[in-house]
Design a protein around this ligand. Structure first.
Ligand code: GLU
Length: 289
């Protein structure tokens, strides 16, 4: 079923289904509904992390929240308590909100501009916030506020934890279609250069670390199962999108709102796994010489 802990997500058309593959030389292959938008949700975490790594270096992530799987759900309070806000990663909510709090900018507006400009460059077009999703999530995100306050208490968020939560909620509400997500994935697959627009979005030096975090924790508690099946660094969101990266080859994304128990889109997982494997996308599958 669609996610419903954010009330507006329950109302999204469950039949929406689109798939796009974009190669690192910019060829686009698509099927289904590739223009309808869903909220990006957790997939945004990858691109905010990319912004922070690009501006402040990859070590700020390892030194702050870390890059390990928590073994707990994505919005776990226990995971923070266990290691005082460390030994987790930027793909789970406490690590993601802490990452958002590290984006440079003198005020909320400047921080937001840094974030949305980054997403726009990855997607190759201007993206906008789905205000109904933002309003719905902002009214019901007390748990994320609690996570942020706890990270603040442990010194993992240095200032304004509730402002960081609000910006995080806004970044999760950005509307994307399947082609946007595939372009974002293809930019990662192409070493940080958008293969459709030709723009260098982030430097290629940080791509291995970004992909490693995605591989470790991109599909919630099923990240290991996903890696086992596909070998692909990927990220899912409760809006129903998943993107995956075949390094040097292609980015692939699918959108379909109904989720499994782990919170990953059922159709998107199946479509991406089948297509990526058929295309020889698994980086752990070398041909013998
Ligand atoms: N905005 C959602 C939350 O923080 C994102 C969750 C997700 O996609 O995993 O609960």
């Amino acid at each position: 079923a669609n996610a419903d802990y954010i009330p507006a997500l329950a109302k999204v058309d469950s039949n929406l289904f689109g798939i796009v593959v974009i190669t690192t030389d910019g060829k686009i292959y698509s099927a289904g509904d590739v223009t309808s938008e869903v909220s990006i949700q957790s997939i945004s975490k990858v691109f905010t992390m990319a912004r922070v790594m690009e501006d402040s270096g990859t070590e700020v992530i390892t030194e702050n929240m870390g890059v390990d799987a928590t073994g707990q759900v994505f919005n776990s309070i226990v995971a923070i308590e266990q290691y005082q806000g460390q030994e987790m990663n930027p793909m789970v909510n406490p690590g993601a909100i802490a990452t958002t709090s590290m984006v440079k900018g003198g005020n909320e507006k400047a921080i937001w501009k840094n974030i949305i400009d980054t997403y726009d460059d990855f997607a190759g077009r201007k993206l906008t916030v789905m205000e109904d999703i933002y309003t719905s999530e902002a009214a019901t995100n007390q748990r994320n506020q609690a996570l942020a306050m706890l990270m603040y208490a442990y010194g993992r968020i240095e200032k304004a934890p509730l402002e960081a939560t609000d910006i995080y909620t806004r970044q999760c509400s950005v509307g994307v279609n399947a082609k946007d997500l595939a372009t974002m994935a293809a930019t990662l697959a192409n070493g940080g250069k958008n293969p459709v627009t030709g723009k260098t979005v982030v430097s290629h030096e940080i791509i291995p670390e970004i992909l490693a975090v995605m591989a470790t924790a991109g599909l919630y508690d099923d990240s290991g199962q996903w890696l086992y099946k596909t070998g692909l660094p990927a990220k899912s969101g409760v809006g129903g999108g998943i993107l995956a990266v075949s390094p040097g080859k292609f980015g692939i994304a699918a959108i379909s709102p109904p989720l499994d128990a782990a919170g990953n889109s059922i159709r998107a997982q199946r479509a991406i796994a089948d297509i990526a494997n058929a295309l020889g996308g698994n980086p752990y599958d070398p041909a013998p010489k």
